[in-house]
Design a protein around this ligand. Sequence first.
Ligand code: UTP
Length: 482
Amino acid sequence: MMALSETHLREKAAQYGQSHLFRFWDGLSSSERAGLLDSLSQVDFALMDTLIKSWVLHEPAPEHFSRIEPVNVIPPVDENSDRTALDAGEQALRDGRVATFVVAGGQGTRLGFDSPKGAYPIGPITGKSLFHYHAEKIHNLQRRYETVIPWYVMVSPTNDGQTRDYFRQEQYFGLRPDNILFVRQRVVPCVDATGKYILEGPGQPAVSPNGHGGSIQALVDGGAIKHAESRGIDVLCYFQVDNWAVKVADPWFIGYHCLANAAMSSKCHRRNDLREAVGVHCLCDGVYRVIEYSELDLYPQLLERDATGAPRYFAGNPAIHILSTGFVKYLNDHFDAFPWHKAHKKIPFVNEQGALIKPDAPNGYKFETFVFDALRFVPHPPVALEIRRPGEYTPIKQYEGVNSVVAARQSMADYWGKWLEKAGCSIPRAASGACCVPIEISPAFALTEEEFIAKARGRTLVIGDGVAVDAAGECIHPPPRR
Ligand code: UTP
């Protein structure tokens, strides 16, 4: 987008009470001035005005629902499940109707990693990154279904260059570069408690990515929907980059989605406890919604237990969805109706003298949209498929603790450990049953237990202080004896 003129932007800023954005103009170099004009040209001042008036200057009243009900879910897939869904999903993959879509534009603040979160070396032995793991899953599916599964990667203006450089440096993990498309999400200014945009540098408004809901516009703006349609793709499998275990294009899930001719489908998992930090799938006055965990106290029913003591509204949101391309276009055309959310955050700013201040307490607001809000626009009740967490859901938000790198590595060791045991290996386990050594099995080699057992037959797998199996099924750790 071409930068708008100084005069035009000064007028706009004045019209919306944001003239302070030009406070340091006289002292800016020509490139800093160009940078400021460029940043402000991207801003939707009218939208920001609405957000500020309805979210910052007034506290919006919480939405009221007369009736909240649990959603109907399809139970987790097991050996007794009707294979019609699997057949339909496999057929869609073979027919080339499927693309994967990862959102990787977040700031990853809690993890505190310098590079894009997807480049995090999650493999405890190999150091393979999250992106690398997801790419290996795509390799496996492409080989298995003799198909091409394009990969759309949503980045933000902040990590776009770094992410592309990383993919280039890793030679696209062996995938064809023309099957990978980066789409860039938009950013929105951060504002203070009085609704003024915050400056984080004399010529630089503080901005933040517009949330994973921004993926709707990014898919259209970035050409992914055109790309998909030109290849006859109508199924977009959405996942988040920090879920190491995710099944990136699960044939069962695709099958349920296709058989229902759904606009959008979601996976759910049982909430561990009532206060678990996950959104809750439910029907609010008949409309499918995900209620954020921060809002649970507004809707006390969501904190009820059933007769067994488990959460009655059990369907937690692991952020795994399928969207049809037509539905993404519909949402994009109606994006004005998409809800926004605000977050109170510490946002570095420059004071009157132009010095950078890093606040100790939240001093401003970031605005975001959430992809799960698309569910409320779905014409028919969406397909909701329950999953068990091991081997599907290991979100990584921080290094240690709940939803962490450490917890994800343990969960995968326990999960893959079972495969190895079924293949005849003996795995050291603690009294609790937890696996005591790190384990990595390349998803390019095996995506499922059955595939692993079939392929591992006749191979020597040595469990030392851990084990890593590569894409060819070679045990690369402990190193093979030559
Ligand atoms: P989170 O909300 O957990 O944020 O994003 P985050 O950036 O990973 O981490 P924190 O909150 O700053 O610590 C969940 C997923 O949504 C993506 C993230 O990249 C992650 O895959 N996301 C989030 C975006 O792509 N864009 C956004 O604007 C926000």
